[in-house]
Write a protein that binds this ligand. Structure first.
Ligand SMILES: Cc1ncc(COP(=O)(O)O)c(C=O)c1O
Length: 117
């Protein structure tokens, strides 16, 4: 919901305000600002796709941080690819956000979690 009118702000800051609660994630947009925020959000996905030279904007997923990204990879790619007795190697230097998701998916898939020290 747009609570403040900040027309003198640069468009990136205005957008920051607009998107607070207006991006349509999976259902129909209900109002103008929601549609506008969704269009800008999707346009930024295309920009990132081109910048990274990704094959499709569908390959670009925005996440909140490293923890969410690693969990997503472990829960999707890891779940799809890991087989019983496969090994996942993790160094002893990893942040716990890069340990726990792999421990969990290894347990689920019967893979072997190896912590290299
Ligand atoms: C090496 C490393 N990995 C992952 C994280 C977690 O990152 P995020 O807060 O983006 O989930 C941190 C946070 O400090 C970190 O230092």
């Amino acid at each position: 919901m747009l609570r403040r009118h900040k027309s003198r702000l640069p468009s990136s800051k205005r957008f920051g305000i607009i998107i607070q609660q207006n991006i349509r994630m999976c259902t129909a947009a209900f109002h103008y600002l929601s549609e506008l925020a969704t269009q800008k959000y999707e346009a930024s996905r295309v920009k990132v796709q081109k910048y990274l030279n990704a094959g499709s904007e569908r390959e670009i997923i925005f996440v909140r941080g490293a923890t969410e990204a690693i969990n997503l990879v472990a829960a999707t790619y890891g779940k799809m690819k890991l087989k019983p007795s496969d090994e996942v190697l993790i160094t002893g230097l990893e942040h716990h956000s890069n340990i726990v998701p792999w421990q969990m998916i290894c347990e689920e898939k019967g893979a072997i979690f190896v912590l290299c020290r």
